[in-house]
Write a protein that binds this ligand. Structure first.
Ligand SMILES: [Fe+2]
Ligand SMILES: [Fe+2]
Length: 364
């Protein structure tokens, strides 16, 4: 896999994504055998059946021969928040196009790296969850995530751009992978990262102008809706039976994870991107001075043009993640105070979440 060259016109990569010793760590999880092989005959088994029936082969299913011009934006400019900003409108058309192409590539790169994280967490749940049906289901999710890594890697290869993993996303998935209970792995991945991803995929599906990316995203999103459903269908009853102290421990874990997202980065842009080296690279590759860009962002913000989710797009935290946490009882009174202190609004309307769990894109 190649990664972005610093030069804005050279799309072929110049260096490889490297493994550092920091990327390997020991796992503290208990591994659970079970000898009760009878399936549960409940919604988890239904999910397992659906997962078996809905496997798909990207070689057969996706039009990989679709021509893609990596120098052109892959998303509709009207739905890009940066296009609303006075600073952005002053840039040349070619700079605007380069920025949009590269910032989309940076987002697709997060999908790719995040999918690798999901592959590992799903495998982790497979060996650590004690319930037989949940084990089988988690194995199907592991295969789904392998397919997602494959399709995003192939797509990123097609546009010949891969940006590094955002530090906040790495921190979030590492906290999940390094946790000591399968419930935390499912909270971190199935409820939080996949809640985030489902919103981002839905927005990509609705805004992309590339037919291959649209079809790819639609199929990934259908799989992801099962993964998010698994989070609450399996975990809800498990959490309900836990002693209060353990429930609080899980609620606190969920809070810490959400806090990484809110204070460590954003899903689609915004001021927090200033600390993301990959986003700074996008600016470099578009010939945009960092200071000019953030000054322009600040001016836009002061003029009331904020990097909020554009109308019609889904806000992952508000619409998907928080309602999912509320539904399984992870927004306890104790932890609500922490959200309040951290300035994170708590939402619990499940309407968008429930619509997305049906497996189809929705309008927010
Ligand atoms: Fe995935
Ligand atoms: Fe997933």
């Amino acid at each position: 896999m190649t990664v972005m060259s610093k030069s804005s016109e050279v799309m072929k990569g110049a260096w490889k994504v490297s493994m550092t010793p920091d990327d390997i760590y020991r796992h503290p999880m208990d591994i659970a055998w079970t000898f009760s092989y009878a399936l549960s005959q409940d919604r988890v088994e239904d999910l397992y059946k659906r997962a078996k029936q809905n496997q798909w082969d990207s070689d057969e299913y996706l039009p990989w021969d679709t021509p893609v011009d990596p120098s052109k934006p892959l998303i509709n400019a009207r739905s890009d928040v940066y296009h609303q900003m006075p600073f952005f409108k002053k840039l040349s058309k070619s700079q605007q196009e380069t920025f949009t192409a590269h910032s989309t590539a940076q987002l697709l790169s997060q999908f790719l790296h995040g999918e690798q994280g999901a592959l590992m967490t799903a495998a982790c749940v497979t060996h650590s969850v004690p319930d037989a049906t949940a084990k089988l289901y988690a194995a199907t999710q592991t295969m789904d995530e392998a397919r997602h890594v494959e399709v995003y890697a192939r797509y990123c290869d097609k546009i010949a751009m891969v940006y590094p993993m955002s530090p906040w996303l790495k921190a979030l998935i590492d906290a999940t992978l390094q946790s000591n209970r399968y419930e935390k792995v499912m909270i971190g991945m199935n409820m939080i990262v996949e809640g985030l991803a489902l919103g981002a995929f839905n927005n990509m599906y609705r805004t992309t102008t590339c037919e291959l990316l649209k079809k790819l995203t639609f199929n990934v999103m259908r799989d992801e809706s099962r993964h998010v459903s698994f989070g609450h269908i399996y975990l809800g009853p498990v959490i309900a039976k836990l002693p209060e102290a353990e429930r609080e421990e899980l609620a606190d874990f969920a809070f810490q994870a959400v806090n990484i997202i809110v204070n460590g980065g954003t899903t689609g842009g915004g001021l927090a991107n200033r600390v993301d080296p990959g986003f700074l690279e996008v600016l470099d590759n578009s010939g945009i001075d960092h200071e000019d860009f953030f000054k322009g962002m600040k001016e836009a913000e002061e003029a009331g043009i904020t990097p909020e989710t554009p109308p019609g797009q889904i806000h992952s935290i508000k619409d998907l993640m928080m309602p999912a946490l509320a539904r399984v009882g992870l927004l306890t009174p104790t932890v609500r105070k922490k959200y309040d202190e951290a300035g994170i609004p708590v939402f619990d309307d499940p309407a968008v979440l429930e619509a997305m769990e049906g497996g189809h894109p929705v309008a927010a």
